[in-house]
Design a protein around this ligand. Structure first.
Ligand SMILES: [Zn+2]
Length: 398
């Protein structure tokens, strides 16, 4: 760890962490929001001395997609969020970052970033998906598999913006399912990073190496706050994905995936981590420190694994019928939402994901030790779904 990191980045990150409530974007009470709500928050920061806005185009359903620029430095950094409509965490963090700059124009971080960098920010690339809180665009396309074909107007906008400005750095901001874990540690992944490969060989060209230095900086910042909850995606090359291609096109790109945190369904803590991690890393880029960063910190991050369920029943007895022997089992259950076709509302439901030995798994929401209590064999079936309020029916009534 460099002395610059210890003396400057670390203290900045701690200051940003401790003073977060004083500058975070106000008015965000839920992680479910539409573009109209986001535009209201952005309107509060409408200070032309800080931000420039240019309309890039419109989504399939005609919603405006805009670029917000901050600073006039020679190094360009592009940040884009919510290409998947149901992945809002980083969009909230971008609002926090705008709010920080607005409320702290004289802060050393604000001044250095504005002087040395030009930030090119596209919050909410998929406003149609955000309207319905779905991953895909209104044309049913996963935008992150449309980097080459460019079938969708939203993908064209992202590609055109990258090509127009040719930024040196990029941040590709997503959410992942909250049930991923940090390797086999049974710790829930709060944030997962990736400096994507630029081709099938997954080698380190100068562009990717610089991305790894950025990811390493971000990892050092996040390790101050979540030393056990940071993971890394494997670097399989996805030939049609944006992160991989933007790396290939020459912009050093880091993927940030917001994961899960116990007791925080809106992911407000992970939003805070995104905000602080990005601000501190942008400051390191602005200060010209990235080329000195050791990539070891990034390479050492454990891989993201999916060893979590929302709810785990441990140590129960399952007696399938009178003829075969009963066994001791654990049961892994997830809670999801689906549209009720009668009411049109979103209903919560639970689904049994796994039955067996779940000793390697951890739970995101809760777990019970059944202490040998017998399960209701009529209900314990793989993929069986039931209303979230019916959990107690899983146990056989005595
Ligand atoms: Zn995503």
């Amino acid at each position: 760890m460099s002395t610059f990191f210890q003396s400057t980045i670390q203290s900045l990150a701690c200051e940003l962490f401790n003073s977060y409530d004083s500058y975070k974007a106000s008015g965000i009470s839920s992680s479910r929001f539409t573009q109209a709500e986001m535009l209201q928050w952005l309107h509060l920061f409408k200070d032309q001395r800080l931000f420039g806005k240019s309309v890039l185009g419109t989504s399939a359903e005609g919603r405006e997609i805009a670029l917000y620029s901050i600073g006039d430095g020679s190094t360009k950094v592009m940040l884009w969020s919510q290409m998947h409509g149901d992945e809002p965490t980083a969009t909230m963090a971008l609002m926090d970052i705008f709010s920080f700059f607005t409320k702290n124009p004289e802060h050393i971080a604000t001044k250095t970033i504005r002087e040395k960098l030009t930030l090119l920010v596209i919050p909410m690339l998929n406003p149609d998906g955000a309207e319905r809180f779905t991953r895909r665009t209104a044309q049913m396309i996963d935008m992150n598999r449309d980097a080459l074909a460019l079938m969708t107007p939203e993908a064209k906008i992202l590609k055109n913006t990258r090509d127009t400005y040719q930024p040196e750095y990029g941040f590709n901001l997503h959410d992942q399912e909250p049930r991923y874990t940090v390797g086999t540690t049974q710790k829930i992944t709060a944030v997962a990073l990736l400096a994507p490969a630029a081709d099938e060989s997954r080698g380190d060209n100068p562009v990717r190496l610089r991305a790894k230095r950025v990811a390493s900086t971000l990892a050092q910042v996040l390790n101050l706050f979540i030393p056990e909850n940071l993971a890394k995606w494997d670097d399989t090359f996805y030939s049609t994905a944006f992160g991989d291609n933007i790396q290939k096109w020459g912009t050093s790109t880091v993927l940030i995936e917001s994961g899960g945190w116990r007791g925080d369904p809106d992911k407000f803590f992970i939003r805070k981590l995104n905000c602080i991690g990005l601000l501190a890393t942008l400051y390191a880029i602005a200060a010209g420190e990235i080329s000195k960063v050791d990539v070891a910190m990034y390479e050492q991050i454990p891989f993201n694994m999916k060893l979590g369920y929302d709810y785990i029943i441990r140590n129960a007895v399952l007696k399938s019928n009178g003829q075969i022997a009963p066994i001791r089992v654990d049961v892994g259950i997830n809670f999801n939402k689906r549209i009720n076709t009668v009411t049109g509302q979103m209903d919560d439901y639970a689904i049994i994901m796994e039955i067996g030995d779940l000793s390697a798994f951890t739970s995101l929401e809760k777990e019970v030790n059944a202490n040998g209590a017998e399960l209701n064999a009529d209900l314990i079936k793989l993929e069986h779904s039931f209303s979230a309020g019916e959990i107690e029916l899983l146990f056989k009534r005595m």
